[in-house]
Design a protein around this ligand. Structure first.
Ligand SMILES: [Zn+2]
Length: 81
């Protein structure tokens, strides 16, 4: 007789859904106050940050809230004239 399949226990980080604060640009995590985030980043030839995403996640392993970071560009980058 085939054994009954036991349901696999969910991974720890799947127990609670991550909070999302997307659309609310902030330098700190709204959920935990953390100031370090996981984003995508690209470096230029001088090893300076050339490009990065504003959408990321709080880096605290017990938080992981989806965040939107404020636009870091200077006013010159937004000049419309
Ligand atoms: Zn957080």
């Amino acid at each position: 007789m085939p054994k009954h399949k036991k349901a696999k226990p969910q991974a720890k980080h799947d127990k609670e859904p991550r909070l999302s604060t997307r659309g609310i640009p902030s330098r700190v995590c709204v959920a935990c106050g953390g100031d370090t985030f996981k984003v995508l980043v690209r470096l230029d030839e001088d090893n300076k940050i050339g490009w990065w995403t504003l959408s990321g996640y709080c880096a605290r392993p017990d938080c992981g809230t989806a965040v939107t970071l404020p636009c870091p560009h200077t006013e010159d980058a937004h000049a419309d004239d």
